[in-house]
Design a protein around this ligand. Sequence first.
Ligand SMILES: Cc1cc2nc3c(=O)[nH]c(=O)nc-3n(C[C@H](O)[C@H](O)[C@H](O)COP(=O)(O)OP(=O)(O)OC[C@H]3O[C@@H](n4cnc5c(N)ncnc54)[C@H](O)[C@@H]3O)c2cc1C
Length: 386
Amino acid sequence: MLFLDPRLDLPAIGAATAGLRRQVREFIAEETGNGGFAPICNSWTEGLDPAFSQRLGARGWIGYHWPVAYGGRGGSAFDTLTINEELLAAGAPVGAHWIAARQSAPLLMRFGSEAQRREFLPRIAAGTTYFAIGMSEPDVGSDLASVRSRASPRDGRWVLEGRKVWTSGAHIAHFAIVLCRTEPLDPKARHAGLSQFIVDLHAPGVTIRPIRMLDGSHHFNEVVFDGVELSPERLVGAAGDGWKQVTSELAYERSGPERFLSTMPIVERCLRLVLDAAPAAGDIAAGRLLARLITLRNMSLAIWGALETGGSPIIEAAMVKDLGTNFERDSLEIVREAMSADERLAGDATLATLLAGAWPLAPTYNLRGGTNEVLRNMIAKHLQAR
Ligand SMILES: Cc1cc2nc3c(=O)[nH]c(=O)nc-3n(C[C@H](O)[C@H](O)[C@H](O)COP(=O)(O)OP(=O)(O)OC[C@H]3O[C@@H](n4cnc5c(N)ncnc54)[C@H](O)[C@@H]3O)c2cc1C
């Protein structure tokens, strides 16, 4: 893949990860060679393939940097970044386990009980148990403190009522981490009284209905909770601490390389066609793509470096997500324009198929995981407060 192509001078992550990168690359070549998967853009949301997730899990490539006791390999965060970069760039179907590995597991690692960690993390690492994000509700997306779903204590258990929307992958997930109120809304302390629960999506009282995408595909859902009973062991962290926890979860959600690599199969294909041929008009497009890609990757490496040393680069992650998702949207437009000006690109059926698949989903890039406008508010407030 592109990341170690010597002609491109992209920084390698270090000698320690080179062997692992080679192994992942060999595995991808095997998989694409034997029909294991066909590359797509947005493979971390659209590529839902439990069998593929299990094949990765069997190799230890989900949660590689987690402690061995929780199913990981005790590697570094850069090992996991290396694996993820290669899989995303190849358009591999990592969507089934992506949310669980990216944010549910780190959330449980940080705030969950030891029993929760022992119960869920090894199954996530094995690629057999998937999680959904239960944050957004009708009329409640950016302003999460307004959630109306509510868990009430009854006979030593909690009873959950409410409705979530845009719940990615709920139709294949086993559990959702649901943000809800456990105390009535206090207008003077809007962020108080929220809690998070692990909810079994197959429990009585849970109804999951598809919300179709523009292209008819089934990615996200409406999830209704009608008197769903939860044991006290399903509470994550302490009751009332939900806001602190959910903001930490959002940092995991926003800091990954998928926020600039969703269209990488297209970018990669375009660059390959240009690099392997004599100079022509499309070289300008390739230069535009590459300049931004290299910058974003360097920024992403800095964020992972901060995470590796125990930092919490929330604002930096918001910046990369804003710049990265704009790059993803622009990359489609840049390649489309180049295709009409350069016959090396125009005649390529793979590029045309990838572009047709990615185009209808482009409006979602700046929305999912928090909109760019809201992220910019966060960044501006942070800079102002300095
Ligand atoms: C592909 C995709 C997958 C998703 N998956 C999930 C999921 O799995 N789980 C989940 O819980 N949610 C999910 N979401 C929902 C997503 O998090 C929300 O769409 C997002 O947070 C925005 O919320 P909203 O749609 O309610 O828009 P709103 O909050 O109503 O915003 C509407 C518009 O107003 C702007 N706006 C809002 N507030 C401000 C402000 N303070 N300042 C400036 N502008 C503002 C926004 O930027 C936006 O342009 C997903 C969304 C998409 C597109």
